[in-house]
Design a protein around this ligand. Structure first.
Ligand code: ADP
Length: 483
């Protein structure tokens, strides 16, 4: 772990195993941080914020973060391989959102910090006879606790620590216990390859969530930046309330892919079925509900099933693999639980429906199409986080909009149809991102986040940078001119 500028083991030398999800084999161990380690990391971050020039020295930050960016680029081959080994991420994704794109996005964020207007002149104004000149300053929030999940660890970690550090904050990073190594390696690169002052970035890897919870209640932490499940997001927001921390939350989704009756059914349905197989469906923004015109329902189910038949769960180190393993035995069992529920609620599987019996080790779910249920089924309402697509019929544009919005979530979605109609439908969907006719919303300058219970705030882009800034208004009195 990285605490106060030093690479350290956990107090007492405690460790826990790290597994390769494609084999189930132990590939090593990670330090199991205890409360004393968290305490040390928070103290180091606090001291670095209060006692160093980091928060006010943009040049220093830009220089150190460029060193980190270069270190991440140089370590690319090793980090990509580790991402596949630890996360089970298909290798093709590691040159995209699983590694290369977030590293590019860090560079984009550094450029933004370099040219950012930290101060704006609001001009003079007179109020109650007093004339003042006002300046608007943007300043770092303070100590940020970044708590990340296991599905896209590099993407989510860098989308938090990049802007948080570039904005002048200090950070305690706590990765998910299923994927601690990538964060530890990031800490190692910071310690060995950059001039980041001690305590500016700390990495702690407790196995236990109860230990991690200390980050959320500690009064020395000013802001929580969390990505994970909606249930944990709720718990974190409640736990952060007594100390009134700023809370950024990027949570779950149950996004809808809407196919209108004038869309190319084959390509739209094929793309939706493909999308939920990517990384075994372990993405919060994936469109896991497919809404198709009722008259084309059977045909759509057939197309989705045929697409998935061509995407069997496979070795993630194979460049041709789209659907790798799920992260853990617990996650596999959770998905199987939902598949049991789909059957119990009267659904049928047009493809998949269980684990892959041909595999010796590892955690696998066959891409699954659930048919025969409507939007009230639990598999249509709850996030499954597996390669599972629920196909639902709609009766036209208004009905499709109503079904898509009938969700506690509001993260993402897609619409396919003639351009004008698709754009009109997209405008009515209550989500933070939406793709129209295959458009891609993912880019370093594009804010990402959710409406409703999918979160609070935005990650990436200018909005994702300003999440980590406070606003200070400075008013100086203007002496009256003698007449
Ligand atoms: P998932 O259900 O995807 O495993 P969670 O939303 O529970 O994910 O976890 C996402 C991240 O939040 C992980 O790093 C996890 O260890 C951490 N976490 C879970 N519960 C808490 C908590 N009560 N306080 C702080 N962090 C937590």
């Amino acid at each position: 772990m990285l605490i106060g500028g030093r690479l350290v083991e956990a107090t007492g030398g405690r460790t826990y195993p790290v597994l390769n999800p494609a084999t189930g084999a132990e590939i090593g161990s990670a330090p199991d941080a205890g409360p004393a380690d968290l305490e040390a990391a928070i103290a180091a971050a606090r001291q670095a914020f209060d006692g160093s020039t980091w928060p006010i020295d943009v040049e220093l930050r830009v220089r150190c973060l460029r060193e980190l960016h270069q270190a991440l680029v140089d370590a690319g081959p090793a980090m990509r391989a580790l991402t596949t080994a630890e996360v089970g991420a298909p290798v093709f994704l590691t040159t995209g959102p699983q590694y290369d794109v977030p590293v590019q996005a860090l560079s984009w964020t550094i450029d933004l910090a370099e040219k950012y207007s930290w101060e704006t002149d609001l001009g003079e104004a007179t109020m109650m006879g007093l004339r003042s000149r006002r300046r608007l300053r943007r300043e770092a929030t303070g100590v940020v606790a970044a708590i990340t999940p296991w599905n896209f660890p590099n993407q989510i970690t860098l989308a938090k620590i990049g802007p948080a550090l570039a904005a002048g904050n200090t950070v305690v990073l706590k990765p998910a216990p299923d994927t601690p190594w990538l964060a530890c390696e990031l800490g190692r690169l910071v310690a060995e390859r950059t001039g980041l002052p001690p305590g500016v970035l700390n990495v702690v890897t407790p196995r236990d969530n109860a230990t991690a919870a200390g980050l959320v209640t500690d009064p020395r932490v000013d802001q929580i930046s969390f990505t994970g499940s909606t249930a944990t997001g709720r718990a974190i927001m409640a736990a952060a309330a007594p100390s009134l921390k700023r809370v950024f939350l990027e949570l779950g989704g149950k996004s809808a892919a809407i196919v209108l009756d004038d869309a190319d059914l084959r390509s739209a349905v094929g793309a939706a079925a493909f999308a939920v197989c990517v990384h075994a469906g372990q993405g919060c923004a994936l469109t896991t509900r497919l809404l198709v015109p009722r008259e084309s329902y059977d045909q759509a189910v057939e197309i989705a099933a045929a697409t998935m038949a061509g995407l069997p769960p496979s070795d993630p180190t194979d460049p041709g693999t789209v659907c790798g393993p799920v992260i853990s035995a617990a996650q596999r069992d959770r998905v199987l639980g939902y598949l049991g529920l789909a059957r119990a609620e009267g659904g049928r599987f047009a493809a998949g429906g269980g684990t892959d019996e041909t595999k010796d080790g590892g955690f696998w779910i066959r891409p699954t199409v659930i048919a025969g249920l409507d939007n009230s089924a639990r598999v249509a309402r709850e996030e499954i986080f597996g390669p599972v697509l629920t196909v639902i019929g709609h009766d036209g544009d208004d009905d499709a909009v109503a079904i898509a919005n009938d969700s506690e979530y509001g993260l993402s979605g897609s619409v396919d149809g003639s351009p004008e109609r698709a754009a009109a439908v997209a405008a009515r969907i209550r989500t933070g991102t939406i793709a129209v006719n295959g458009g891609l919303w993912y880019h370093p300058d594009a804010p990402f986040g959710g409406y409703k219970q999918s979160g609070i705030g935005r990650e990436m882009g200018l909005a994702g940078f300003e999440e980590y800034l406070e606003t200070k208004l400075v008013a100086e009195s203007v002496p009256r001119r003698r007449s």
